[in-house]
Design a protein around this ligand. Sequence first.
Ligand SMILES: Nc1ncnc2c1ncn2[C@@H]1O[C@H](COP(=O)(O)OP(=O)(O)OP(=O)(O)O)[C@@H](O)[C@H]1O
Length: 244
Amino acid sequence: MLHLPQSLHLELHDMPEIIFENAAVSYEDTLILEPVSLSLREQRIGIIGANGGGKSTLIRMINGLGEPSSGRVLVDGLDVSEKGREVRKKVGYVFSDAENQIIMPTVREDIAFSLRRQKMPKEEKNKRVDEMLARFNLSDHADQSPHTLSGGQKQLLALAAVLILEPELIIADEPTTLLDLRNRLLIKEVFGGLEQQLIVVSHDLDFLSDFERVICINDHKIVADGPAQSSINHYVSLMTESIR
Ligand SMILES: Nc1ncnc2c1ncn2[C@@H]1O[C@H](COP(=O)(O)OP(=O)(O)OP(=O)(O)O)[C@@H](O)[C@H]1O
């Protein structure tokens, strides 16, 4: 676990603020997400809820992958619909389908691709890539095609390719679905050590159990929003009642 110096802890209160102002999403005549008003400042925020409820729809609006049909979303005061490019420089987005993120012919090159615009010596870039490969248990697969990795290894690659950039805000859509216990614990530790703001959509309730805030979305609206345990309890009882 990374232990932050005191000065960094103070900076944690200076997270980019994400504001949803009555942001709603519909496709044709169907409402996918009822108007949402939120201010997100906590360091680690989890999003839970039943399939098809609107979780991905909500987080996709934060970096402009999806647009609100009405209302708006602001990141650090920037309206995502107007300043998408600027916002995306701050946001690292890990897709639920890691295959979508693969760009380059080898694992090493795929991670290095993230650093293409960073001004630093080649040796420094290589060093950072090697560190990420080791951190995410991918060193033995560095020269392999990413498409030939296992599902879990692809998830690790997708995370490594985003985290190497150290974005101000990290959004991860179901990052642990295919991970074995060792790698799940590894990602929990990596996330626990990050100083950036983190928003994670997950069906893995245990993974989010120590997050500062958890939001539950069901049937296209927010039905619980608060400390992890209280939102998780609400979700569990909702699901238990629904199968009775
Ligand atoms: N482009 C689209 N056109 C029409 N409907 C869409 C579109 N994108 C998403 N939807 C619908 O919006 C609803 C919410 O989808 P979303 O992906 O946000 O759910 P989710 O809560 O992330 O679900 P899961 O847990 O299954 O990943 C779903 O019913 C989905 O079919």
